[in-house]
Design a protein around this ligand. Sequence first.
Ligand code: ADP
Ligand code: MG
Length: 311
Amino acid sequence: MIKRLPEEVVLKIASGQIASSPSAVLKELIENALDAGATEVTVKIDDPFNFRVIDNGIGIPYKDLPLAVERFATSKIEKAEDLERIKTYGFRGEALHAISQVSHLQIKSRYRNENIGGKIEVKGGKVLSLSPIPFSGGTTVIVNSLFFNTPVRKKTFDGREKKRLIQTVKTFALCHPEVTFRIDAETLPATSLKERIRQLFGESIHFNYATSERVKLLFTSAFDDERKKVSYIFVNRRAVTVSEIEKLLEELRVKNYILFIDLPPQEVDVNVTPSKERVFLKDKKVLKEIEEILKSNVSLPSIPFIREKRE
Ligand code: ADP
Ligand code: MG
């Protein structure tokens, strides 16, 4: 017998796709901070199930606070055509709702044009409180007791999860050098890409640099250790996996790389999975471009890293 699932079961199932892990939750919160134009993003991690993100972005209007945690409510797109040219990280209006289903979520915010801030508190999908509060500005999102009502999911995460949370912040730091990131006691001040790479990987690592209009590829042979492997692909500043590109770089024997690809938003389909970690490139010419800039920079295929130089 086929039965329609009760609403609360449907929501719990759907939330699993976005709030799949502590680091997936943190990723959504940092994306929201960056979409809000934050120039400073602070992440405080008590443990993998209790953390907060503080930003100095535009804030949320008081009357919108209940909508922020509603499913499919967003300020980032309005109509179907907008899906063809996504410029923000978010657009599905699902993340805060999903997170609020599986945690004790508090949002404090003050919208730039408003005098008073607001606070909303949601636990397991139920709004516990909504009230105006004095607030200095920006938005603070506090996630507590993550996965308190999904014990099996909670059990999946162990001591290594804290590292993954820190890695999540560092990945954003890499593609947003213009933003100051704080992770607990560590500060990465806003800077250039070159300097941010130094902040993240240390003084001694030299990256080769190959670039064209749409592609910027940094690669190094410094990390031979498989565990320390550096492999990042950013498409329009979104950390993604693109298997065609990974395959190509492997064929070209580029093992450690940071690849930035900038394409007009209409050439990238990010609406493939709810977490948006996979993207489709409509234009495959960019693959050729990567190959060409590599070939013109170093002699391939025999010794890919002969011209190690400080950029
Ligand atoms: P989406 O990012 O896809 O729009 P979310 O559920 O992540 O969906 O957020 C819902 C809405 O809440 C956003 O569209 C935005 O208007 C608002 N919002 C969430 N986080 C922030 C933030 N840090 N600063 C300002 N507005 C925010
Ligand atoms: Mg979002």
